[in-house]
Ligand binder design. Structure first.
Ligand SMILES: [Fe+2]
Ligand SMILES: [Fe+2]
Length: 260
């Protein structure tokens, strides 16, 4: 069973009544999961809200790499990767605009505003959410436009839209990761924090469907493969020093361990 399946099972368990949940094995039978799977699900920690949102920022960053590659191709005079851009924009709409930003606005920004924290930054972030949605709306139809209709003016417009999107979202998500999410953790009592973790997992399953995040990761992986930017090793400098093999301590670390 995949990790995400276990998480869904856990969500189903959480949704049951207290009386049913007290039945343990019965719950597992009713839900069609084995006792072992139910026990594993119960042990699994839900993603905390910042962890969940930062994971989504990670997927957004992979989209930004796709957009960068498209810009590179346009500047070089190559064909615009229309299909890949349309797919990447649809991932942004589904995950970021329709889910992630809704969560930020509904739960985090409103709580921080009430607490008088980062109020001016939140105004800017909200304006950027609206701007991001408008930029994505320009990119969404690209996979339905015939390549022959993309003239020099259209190429330039696509390039500028992609650049504007990247320029805005990199500082946007960096500010959220380093200031907004930590501040939200600071002002939220632990019990509310845990309850919100469960609620966000349920919302994500409802909006994205079962295994929704994993399916979006698979889609962006396909886009990266199609553009030849998926192999992580291509980003390592050629003259990078050879890495140590994981799990092997340096000699000085060995000596330190023996001393203690
Ligand atoms: Fe945001
Ligand atoms: Fe965000």
């Amino acid at each position: 069973m995949a990790v995400s399946d276990v998480r869904l099972d856990r969500r189903r368990l959480v949704g049951l009544t207290t009386a049913a949940a007290a039945g343990g094995g019965l719950v597992a039978l009713v839900e069609g999961v084995s006792g072992g799977a139910a026990a594993r699900a119960e042990r699994e920690l839900p993603l905390s809200p910042p962890e969940d949102l930062m994971r989504e920022h990670g997927l957004l960053n992979r989209v930004l790499l796709v957009y960068r590659e498209a810009i590179r191709r346009i500047k070089r005079g190559d064909a615009v990767p229309l299909e890949e851009l349309g797919t990447a924009a649809s991932i942004v709409r589904t995950l970021i605009h329709d889910h992630h930003e809704h969560v930020e606005e509904r739960y985090l920004f409103s709580a921080l505003r009430r607490a008088g924290r980062h109020v001016r930054t939140i105004d800017v972030l909200l304006a950027q959410h609206a701007a991001g949605r408008a930029l994505t709306a320009e990119l969404l139809p690209l996979d339905r436009i015939p390549a022959r209709r993309v003239d020099a003016r259209a190429r330039d417009r696509i390039r500028r839209t992609l650049s504007t999107f990247i320029r805005m979202y990199q500082p946007h998500e960096a500010r959220e990761d380093t200031e907004i999410f930590p501040a939200f953790r600071e002002i939220t009592p632990p019990r509310e924090f845990r309850e919100l973790s469960e609620r966000l997992q349920e919302q994500e399953a409802r909006r994205l469907g079962p295994d929704g995040f994993a399916r979006l990761v698979a889609r962006i992986t396909d886009v990266e493969r199609s553009l030849g930017i998926h192999d992580l090793a291509q980003y390592t400098p050629e003259d990078a020093p050879k890495p140590r093999r994981p799990g092997r301590a340096r000699p000085d670390e060995d000596r330190g361990e023996r001393r203690s």
